[in-house]
Design a protein around this ligand. Structure first.
Ligand code: ADP
Ligand code: MG
Length: 240
């Protein structure tokens, strides 16, 4: 599981995370919602040690992420991350894009990596696009490629940072469908998202971030359908 205890994070004078507490159990989906600049992306970067923290602790499967002795590369193999926009390697085919990291990072043989890449591309509905070049793909296909690339590393957790925010509206659904499949399969996920209806549908927990604190957290029936705090109500009235 992922355990976040009183995490504080600053950029210089600016305190961006002001004591975040969160637990994500195996197989759970946590959605993080909240306004721009509230610290959502920063928290994801702290979880996989792209950013350091100034206080508190983060544990992934009991491993203290920010302990100096922790092997960060090993830790990151547990955590797949997909961003709003992902730049694939334009000179490699879709299949080569997905098969690359398993060979380099996991030292897999080319055959083994290709096999996994094919499987994961089918998984995200790109089974007929192996030989295409990413630049020829739609935004929705590119995001599914990004998801396949993360899955090919066989992570235990997936972190999604607004993976549909840059997409044309008609392409959002196919990416959300892919996330639904992962959820059904029991993948543990943290999704930063502006898709409130999606968050309501798939989440076990929803955390509403506001200025670096969790203002409200709980099941979606509570946080989204029956928010208690004025800040949550104001945010939802803008985005729903
Ligand atoms: P969100 O994802 O909720 O929109 P972020 O986590 O990206 O918010 O950012 C939270 C705050 O931290 C913002 O005020 C942002 O400008 C600031 N910030 C993010 N990354 C950096 C950085 N590398 N250096 C300085 N400030 C940053
Ligand atoms: Mg962000």
């Amino acid at each position: 599981m992922i355990k976040i205890e009183n995490v504080r994070k600053s950029f210089g004078e600016l305190e961006v995370l002001k004591g975040i507490n969160l637990d994500v159990e195996q197989g759970e989906v946590l959605s993080i919602i909240g306004g721009s600049g509230s610290g959502k992306s920063t928290l994801l970067y702290c979880i996989n040690a792209i950013e350091n923290i100034q206080g508190g602790k983060i544990f992934v499967d009991g491993i203290d992420v920010h302990n100096k002795a922790t092997n960060k590369d090993q830790l990151r193999q547990k955590l797949g991350m997909v961003f709003q926009q992902w730049n694939s390697f334009p000179h490699l085919t879709v299949l080569e894009n997905v098969a690359l990291a398993p060979q380099i990072v996991k030292k897999m043989s080319k055959e083994e990596a290709i096999e996994i890449a094919q499987k994961e591309l089918k998984h995200v509905g790109l089974g007929d696009k192996f030989d295409m070049y990413p630049t020829k793909m739609s935004g929705g296909q590119q995001q599914r490629l990004a998801i396949a690339r993360a899955l090919a590393m066989r992570p235990d957790y997936m972190l999604f940072d607004e993976v549909t925010s840059a997409l044309d509206p008609e392409l959002v659904g196919e990416v959300l469908d892919t996330l639904r499949i992962l959820r059904e399969e029991g993948m543990t996920m943290i999704c930063v998202t502006h898709e409130i209806a999606f968050a309501r549908e798939v989440s076990d927990q929803v955390a509403f971030f506001h200025k670096g604190v969790i203002e409200e957290m709980g099941p979606p029936e509570q946080v989204i359908s029956n928010p208690q705090k004025e800040t949550t109500q104001a945010f939802l009235s803008k985005v729903l």
